[in-house]
Design a protein around this ligand. Structure first.
Ligand SMILES: CC(C)(COP(=O)(O)OP(=O)(O)OC[C@H]1O[C@@H](n2cnc3c(N)ncnc32)[C@H](O)[C@@H]1OP(=O)(O)O)[C@@H](O)C(=O)NCCC(=O)NCCSC(=O)CCC(=O)c1ccccc1C(=O)O
Length: 295
């Protein structure tokens, strides 16, 4: 565990324990909190503690909007993704998956009664956003909530964290990242056990199978996330961005290659060679690449 940070009063409580950052809240959301610090760290929290932070279509729309805002903010390098807690009954959750009470024929019904599966868009956004996303898991990360946690770059678990799948019990399954990425992370045998048996796994079991990076006391969870974020933020943003794209490229086919290629193009635009091509077009002349070596 990294060195302790000096605690200061949080603007408002998302998780227990003092948070060393001062947050500015953004967005006008109902189911989500988005907070930005002046240290390059954002915090996105699902705010449905009485439902163990289960997501309904509105929650997913708001999460997508919050992650998109963070994506467009060049001052932010790390996102802490968590769930508000405790609930009035003392229970904690990162996210208990899709809200079963709004599930109708064909999916989860939004406020107009239209079935939506937009959590899959959110999964891809978390995976492709060129910032480091750290899951802070207190309590349950179950079903689609476990998959959202899985798709974060890093995961820190509180001692009370519980992970698991329920799909085959509640008539659902995630045959996308929820299977393939899980198998990459914990291995084929364990991934099949998780889905076929629908057991629950505590924080230390999750650590042993490589599902989380570290287990910390509940009151230390948010601080630990900030410490990890601060370490990351000392490093080269370009290197971290390219590394994230590279980790995805291995598994995400052409979409993964596209992400990595986008980073390469971004770097190329900054070179004299790249600029000469553009300049020549603007000046209506042939480009002169004669000074560029064929390395
Ligand atoms: C999470 C629990 C283990 C917590 O247990 P406990 O601490 O005892 O609390 P409870 O008393 O059970 O719950 C408190 C309160 O919260 C409500 N609640 C909890 N989870 C949900 C939920 N998922 N939906 C709706 N409501 C929920 C609960 O009813 C209580 O409220 P009351 O008013 O007091 O009744 C336990 O709660 C639990 O097991 N929850 C269910 C977990 C679950 O099965 N989740 C759904 C899995 S399926 C999924 O997530 C779909 C994913 C998805 O969207 C998807 C992804 C990819 C492809 C396809 C799909 C797809 O659309 O299917």
């Amino acid at each position: 565990m990294a060195a302790a940070v000096e605690p200061t009063e949080p603007k408002r409580l998302v998780l227990p324990g003092n948070c060393p950052l001062v947050w500015q809240s953004q967005g006008n959301y109902q189911d989500v909190w988005l907070d930005i610090s002046d240290e390059g760290i954002a915090r996105i929290a699902i705010n449905r503690p009485e439902k163990r932070n289960a997501f309904r279509p509105r929650t997913v729309v708001e999460l997508y909007d919050a992650f998109s805002r963070v994506r467009e903010n060049p001052a932010i390098g790390v996102v802490l993704f968590t769930g508000v807690g405790p609930a009035a009954d003392g229970g904690y959750a990162f996210c208990a998956g899709g809200d079963q009470s709004v599930r109708g024929d064909g999916g989860y019904l939004d406020e107009e009664g239209v079935p939506r599966l937009n959590v899959l868009d959110l999964q891809r956004l978390i995976r492709s956003i060129p910032k480091v996303v750290i899951a802070l898991v207190a309590g349950y990360a179950i079903g689609g909530g476990q998959v959202l946690h899985l798709l974060c770059d890093l995961s820190l678990a509180a001692e009370n964290a519980q992970f698991g799948q329920t799909g085959p019990r509640v008539g659902s399954f995630d045959a996308g990242f929820g299977c393939s990425h899980l198998a990459r992370v914990v291995g084929q045998r364990k991934a099949r056990e998780i889905w076929f048996l629908c057991r629950r796994y505590n924080a230390h079991q999750a650590l042993a199978m490589g599902l989380v990076n570290e287990v910390v006391p509940l009151f230390q969870l948010q601080n630990e996330g900030v410490l990890w974020a601060r370490e990351i933020l000392q490093h080269s943003p370009t290197a971290i961005r390219c590394l994230k794209a590279a980790f995805n490229a291995e598994t995400d086919g052409m979409a993964g290659l596209q992400e990595l290629a986008g980073q390469a193009t971004h770097l190329f635009y900054k070179t004299e060679e790249g600029k000469e091509g553009q300049q020549a077009f603007i000046e209506k002349r042939n480009p002169d690449f004669s000074q560029v070596p064929w390395l």
